[in-house]
Design a protein around this ligand. Structure first.
Ligand code: PLP
Length: 387
């Protein structure tokens, strides 16, 4: 009888991967499946970025790099952040990792232990709650509601802080809701956090280039008063359609950066070298492909929100960022999981149950609009027939 460490049974998962596997299985059986489940752009990585990766392999970038990433890449990240957010970033505080996920894992491992409390958005990216539980810490949900556009309420967050709170995870623009927290609310939170100098903050800003309706991103990097305890996560996966390359980064404060690098050395040594060169090309090259992709998402967003609102029993708030719509389906009489399963099995449309993003997601379904307008239209018609 194998004796597993109890922590392994506390790990959750990301249902998007399970739904993808089921959708692929149905496709392999000959079913016509439209995938609005997985959260990745349906665009190719821009060609000049692909070429930079290939060129790096040809030029012999075959060995280890520094654990925290190539200096030129960390400099490019710092310059990009300064240009986008107007906040100074020292390249020595940048740690490059394989995607967005390792940063959240490292941050939670750094602060999570039995007795500690870590706050996280709910509904939110499922890996937050999963790794908090894995660490032994107590997950404390920040409940996000449709009424407030799925933005967090600063007073509610501050009211939940206890002497055991070690870390607060924030995510704007958000997965799965598309919610964007307004600057006034962030101002209020930062002000309130002055009274809690021993609480660290992880701001997941992986959708920072995907905002709509003339909104601009507010980065937590813009608040010097919390920089000594702020981790900002961002990366290439969504912005440059590079989910499969596995490339992300975080800006860590001085007190944490050496721990983060040590976690890299223990975990993966470094990100594969050619991918890092592709990452430099992404940040320093032309940005028109990003702008074109975001403009395309914006068109689909307008379409899907209207189409969902026209379905019987469905109500969809306008998502302000990312590439997800998160309609309320409670008046269809279907639970979130039931709707997900029926739409996949009967209508051939993959979506994700809101409950996959936490208990506060009951009554909601996530639609990723990273698919063609034509497919989105077809998917909605199939769901209408199913309803
Ligand atoms: N953070 C959020 C909010 C996400 O939605 C995702 C991916 O869906 C990630 C992080 C992880 O990104 P990556 O694929 O780069 O690990």
């Amino acid at each position: 009888m194998l004796k597993f460490a109890p922590s392994i049974h506390r790990l959750g998962t990301e249902s998007a991967f399970e739904v993808l596997a089921r959708a692929n299985k149905l496709s392999a059986q000959g079913r016509d499946i439209i995938n609005l489940g997985i959260g990745q752009p349906d665009f190719r990585t821009p060609e000049h970025i692909v070429e930079a990766g290939i060129q790096a392999l040809r030029d012999g970038a075959h060995g280890y790099t520094p654990a925290n990433g190539l200096p030129a890449l960390r400099e490019a990240v710092a310059a990009d952040l300064e240009a986008r957010h107007g906040a100074p970033v020292n390249p020595d505080n940048v740690v490059v990792v394989p995607g967005g996920k390792p940063t959240m894992f490292f941050a939670v491992l750094m602060f999570g232990e039995p007795g500690a409390e870590i706050m996280y958005p709910n509904p939110g990216f499922p890996i937050y709650e999963s790794v908090i539980r894995y660490s032994g810490a107590t997950p404390v949900p920040i409940a996000l509601s449709e009424e407030s556009g799925f933005a967090f309420d600063a007073e509610a967050v501050l009211a939940q802080i206890t002497p055991n709170t070690r870390l607060i995870i924030l995510n704007s623009p958000a997965n799965p809701t598309g919610g964007v927290t307004p600057k006034a609310e962030i101002d209020k939170l930062v002000k309130g956090l002055e009274a809690h100098p021993d609480v660290a903050i992880l701001s997941d800003e992986i959708y920072s280039r995907m905002l709509y309706g003339g909104r601009s991103h507010v980065s937590l990097l813009q608040y010097p008063e919390i920089r000594d305890r702020l981790i900002v996560l961002d990366g290439w996966s969504k912005t440059y359609a590079m989910t499969g390359w596995r490339l992300g980064y975080a800006v860590w404060p001085d007190a944490m950066v050496d721990h983060a690098i040590r976690l890299c050395i223990n975990d993966h040594s470094c990100v594969n070298a050619a991918t890092q060169y592709a990452g430099i090309a992404a940040l320093t090259g032309p940005q028109d492909a990003v702008e074109a992709m975001v403009a395309e998402f914006d068109q689909r967003r307008a379409f899907i929100v209207q189409a969902l609102n026209d379905l019987p029993g469905v109500r969809c708030a306008d998502p302000a960022g990312a590439f997800y719509a998160f309609p309320n389906i409670s008046e269809t009489g279907l639970g979130a999981r039931e709707a997900q399963d029926r739409f996949l099995n009967e209508a051939g449309v993959a979506t994700i149950a809101g409950t996959s993003f936490g208990a506060w997601g009951e009554g909601y379904l996530r639609f990723s609009y990273a698919n063609s307008l034509e497919n989105i239209e077809k998917a909605i018609e199939r769901i209408r027939a199913c309803l």
